[in-house]
Design a protein around this ligand. Structure first.
Ligand code: FMN
Length: 182
């Protein structure tokens, strides 16, 4: 797939089914994440891959977080079901290192770039993805259960799988509304 075509025409797909990427394809996805721009070579990335039994574990973690936060039954049920929207969910974590020249926000941005790169690598290899967030990213139960320390940040849940529909048309955007020249 042509790189520019991928960057310009990519879409996210929420409807994802099995199979999930595996083997070399999955390795390429992780490698793409590890090529995110990285000020001072801090490598501020950690990936927790859930598939199969891992999805059940993630589901239990989200369910427990919803219960602990006093959510009503519908919210607990929604949290419990969330991971099963794809055959694989990769939780992407920004591992923050204190550094005099690289503030935490730069490291979070780098981890965000990793998510984008991983989604693109999935698409380039015939799979698809959807970057999700939500309040559980910031939840103490979720962070603790996934081994995320207080100073580190979950930047997203990257859902990956085989596209279950054709992507929607790319929105037409008027460049002049987004760009100006000094
Ligand atoms: C940090 C981040 C978090 C997101 N979280 C969600 C989410 O929780 N739910 C959702 O429907 N879309 C979320 N999105 C947006 C989708 O991933 C997707 O980009 C959007 O549906 C637009 O589709 P497109 O990528 O095909 O343009 C998030 C995007 C980013 C960058």
């Amino acid at each position: 797939m042509d790189a520019l075509d991928l960057l310009i025409n990519r879409r996210s797909i929420a409807k994802l089914s099995a199979p999930a990427p595996e083997g070399t394809v999955l390795e390429n996805i992780i490698k793409a994440g590890l090529r995110a721009p990285d000020h001072a070579a801090l490598t501020p990335w950690h990936f927790v891959i859930a598939q199969g039994e891992g999805l059940n574990k993630l589901s239990s973690i989200l369910e427990q977080a919803a219960i602990n936060s006093g959510s009503d039954a519908a919210v607990v049920e929604k949290a419990k079901k969330a991971p099963f929207r794809a055959p694989m969910v990769i939780t992407v974590i920004a591992k923050i290192t204190e550094h005099e020249k690289v503030p935490a926000v730069e490291q979070v941005i780098s981890a965000g770039c990793a998510v984008q790169a991983m989604q693109m690598a999935a698409v380039a290899q015939g799979f698809q993805g959807f970057w999700r967030s939500g309040k559980w990213m910031f939840d103490a139960t979720v962070k603790q259960s996934l081994g995320v320390s207080d100073e580190d940040e979950i930047v997203g849940f990257l859902y990956l799988g085989t596209p279950g529909c054709t992507p929607m048309k790319v929105p037409e955007r008027d460049l002049s509304k987004f760009v100006e020249y000094l």
